[in-house]
Write a protein that binds this ligand. Structure first.
Ligand code: NAP
Length: 252
């Protein structure tokens, strides 16, 4: 019997899809039959993700390079999706940055960049699809938070605050949109092997690994599988939740 694809015919927008976790989500969603609209700032990397998807037999994605802090561009992204596909079934808010540093020395610019990209960018994308999904009486929004949004982290006050903000935003919007069958959830990854964690020194990584019960960093695909679950029919009665994907580092 041919296997049924979990996202057959679904239209999914993914931000931060040019590398790391967002790219892994794009590849997995494409494999499961979704039609994708991929965004990030770097057009060249987006092109190469699109080529990889096509090579693996996925549907050719639409590419829309943008900065998620630009409200006008975010509106255009959703308009382009509607022009082409008439609906938006899934939004994955994955774009994010870090600008780490000790709190007492943290510049306003570093605060603003992290809060604007991670939290405001998520807000802008959610707002842009919400009306559409409410009208459809169906939709899934998946926001990429972080375990540090639950625990806080020395040296990451801006980043942790942005991710804690995403968790509160997720739960608030889940309460507002639940009656329209728009489900809003968050994923809180722990340490995952991507460009974002590559800058950590070997000794820092070694110390972090000691705090992870499974004994190693996660891979982007580990997070992508949680994002697939939250986009699929398997999570039809789940909203306002946070799934930690962290090898057991943070336990409730
Ligand atoms: P990454 O490899 O650095 O990728 C970040 C992605 O976000 C890239 O596609 C980047 O593309 C995009 N992006 C950054 N700023 C943007 C902006 N202003 N506008 C549009 N796109 C932007 O990071 P990652 O590790 O895959 O992280 C993905 C998400 O998971 C982030 O939200 C991150 O906070 C979260 N997370 C990661 C970890 C981890 O250990 N890696 C842990 C917890 C949470 P461009 O640079 O081309 O714009």
């Amino acid at each position: 019997m041919p296997s049924i694809k979990k996202l057959e015919g679904k239209i999914a927008i993914i931000t931060g899809a040019s590398r790391g976790i967002g790219k892994a989500i794009a590849l997995l969603y494409a494999q499961e039959g979704a039609r994708l609209i991929l965004s990030a700032r770097n057009q060249i990397l987006l092109d190469s993700v699109a080529a990889e998807i096509c090579l693996a037999g996925g549907l050719k994605p639409l590419l829309f390079p943008l900065d998620v802090t630009n409200a006008q561009k975010v509106t255009e992204l959703v308009d382009k999706t509607l022009d082409n596909y008439k609906r938006v079934d899934i939004l994955v808010n994955n774009a994010g940055v870090t600008r780490d540093g000790l709190f007492v020395r943290m510049s306003e610019a570093d605060w603003d960049e992290v809060l604007n990209t991670n939290l405001k960018g998520t807000f802008l994308c959610m707002r842009a699809v919400s009306k559409v999904m409410m009208k459809q009486r169906a939709g899934r929004i998946i926001n990429m938070a972080s375990v540090v949004g639950l625990t806080g982290n020395a040296g990451q006050a801006n980043y942790a605050a942005s991710k804690a903000g995403i968790l509160a935003l997720t739960k608030s919007v889940a309460k507002e949109l639940g009656s329209r069958n728009v489900l809003v959830n968050a994923i809180a990854p722990g340490f995952i092997d991507t460009d974002m964690t590559q800058t950590l020194g070997e000794d820092v990584k070694h110390n972090i690994v000691k705090t992870i019960p499974v004994g190693h960093f996660g891979k982007p695909i580990d997070v992508a599988k949680a994002a697939l679950y939250l986009a699929s029919d398997e999570s039809n009665f789940i909203t306002g939740q946070v799934i930690t994907v962290d090898g057991g580092m943070v336990m409730g």
